[in-house]
Design a protein around this ligand. Structure first.
Ligand code: 9WN
Length: 441
């Protein structure tokens, strides 16, 4: 499947629904592919970082010039990167927003199992200054005055675009007349409207993107031009993970790891101070302009498990929530981890990020749990992921109750992260996993 998604120098998340290169998809796909094709895995990241902006931003989409404008919305004619921003590359069109910084972690892990360590070391040497610029962008441009955490300016930057975690901030948007330019949704040509965001959600997405674009993607004026400024437990949790990986990459390439460790520590401390709520024992997203925390319990609240320095108390509280009936379907053949509280208002087992299980969020939580020695729960998540893809295929997302697949099929990271997960199982886990798969209906 990954080979079929390869288009010469990068991969497509889906040939139909997502016909360009996406940032965090590329990191996931490179990591999975690296177990059997180191060279293409490196090339995937290289292509992405060749489209990096001069201010360090890694765009969330790199457009394929041979794909028609009407194949995906919003395409290059909407973002107009090369003419709107002095920072955007001139030789390739990209979107004007970013996505979670999982790349340093992927690159480090790829290096750890590289069959050709010399080529891998040379690649890391090439990538390191680009990763540094990417993280400087997050820490400098994305921490407007008074903010200790990196903020997102758009739900698409979270990668969990339609999550109820952003509902409050989106509901409060006041969209002026004419604020939403006319547009045609292209996703509905390939996806069932029941699985995709509503038209109302799309209007808000388009309004926010157009407003940021019309400012010339000017981060110096973020507070004025971006009415959605959110620090997220997943966005910032991944930032701690990637800064920690960056420190390790620095040591490998002969640079000084200390500044990256200090940055990781700063974000770690800010997550605890600003996103952690002791009384409820939960992490939540923070709308930074108004200082409001989201009250919805979504899968993003578990992602600080990716922070290696999280204290045992916080890990235990997160694990309690993950084990609760809110995130465990009440039937023995159900699947974890739903993207939204099963009892939450508006939970929807098939709509994009509002309930279904996704392989990448499962993989992130599995990684975080293993890092904190929570092996049993990690194994349950791994087993759910493998049962899902074995039973129904590499769909984009799945019903937590009966495992039905939704969104696009042949979805890149569902395949790639399955490879990574299988490769990392120890012999005992592998045996137990095979036993569970042998009894699949
Ligand atoms: C908008 C490509 C991307 C993923 C995101 C996922 C979805 C795009 C869309 O697809 O978002 O970026 O058109 O819905 O939410 O995480 O990177 O797979």
């Amino acid at each position: 499947m990954l080979d079929a998604a390869w288009i010469g120098a990068s991969s497509l998340p889906s040939r139909t629904l997502y016909p360009h290169q996406w940032s965090w998809d590329s990191a996931f796909m490179a990591l999975g592919r690296s177990w059997y094709d180191q060279s293409r895995a490196q090339q995937e990241l290289e292509t992405l970082f060749r489209a990096q902006w001069s201010n360090g931003m890694v765009p969330h989409i790199v457009f394929n010039p041979s794909v028609a404008e009407d194949a995906y919305f919003p395409g290059p004619a909407f973002w107009q990167s090369s003419t709107r921003s002095p920072n955007a590359p001139r030789d390739v069109e990209t979107s004007g927003i970013t996505q979670p910084t999982i790349h340093a972690h992927a690159a480090l892990e790829m290096h750890r199992h590289a069959l050709d360590p010399v080529a891998s070391g040379a690649f890391l040497g090439w990538l390191y200054p680009r990763l540094v610029a990417q993280h400087r962008y997050m820490l400098d441009a994305r921490r407007p005055a008074g903010t200790r955490l990196a903020v997102m300016v758009h739900p698409w930057e979270s990668g969990l675009d339609n999550s109820p975690a952003w509902d409050r901030a989106l509901d409060d948007l006041v969209i002026p007349a004419g604020g939403v330019p006319p547009y045609v949704r292209r996703d509905l040509a390939h996806g069932d409207p029941k699985d995709r965001p509503t038209n109302e959600a799309y209007d808000r997405f388009v309004y926010l993107a157009a407003r940021y674009r019309d400012s010339g993607y000017d981060d110096a004026r973020l507070v004025d031009v971006a009415p959605f400024l959110i620090a997220g437990p997943m966005f910032d949790g991944i930032l701690v993970l990637s800064l920690t990986a960056l420190a390790e990459i620095a040591s490998i390439v002969g640079a000084d790891p200390t500044p990256h460790r200090e940055d990781a520590h700063e974000i770690h401390a800010a997550i605890i101070d600003e996103l952690w709520d002791g009384p409820t024992g939960r992490m939540s997203a923070l709308e930074v302009t108004r200082g409001e925390r989201s009250v919805e319990d979504t899968i993003v609240s578990f992602a600080p498990l990716l922070d290696p320095h999280l204290s045992t108390d916080v890990v235990d509280a997160i694990v309690r929530d993950l084990r609760s009936a809110s995130f465990h379907p009440d039937r023995p053949d159900g699947y974890v981890v739903p993207s939204f509280d099963l009892k939450g208002v508006g939970f929807d087992e098939r709509r994009y990020w509002r309930g279904p299980v996704w392989i990448n969020t499962n993989w992130l939580l599995w990684w975080g749990l293993r890092q904190h020695g929570q092996m049993e729960l990690a194994e349950e998540i791994a087993a759910s992921s493998l049962r899902l893809v074995a039973r129904t295929g590499f769909h984009e997302y799945f019903d937590p109750f009966d495992g039905r697949g939704f969104g696009t099929d042949s979805f890149g990271w569902s395949a790639a992260l399955t490879i990574d997960l299988i490769e990392r199982l120890d012999p005992g886990e592998r045996r137990r996993m095979n036993e569970r798969l042998a009894v699949l209906p």
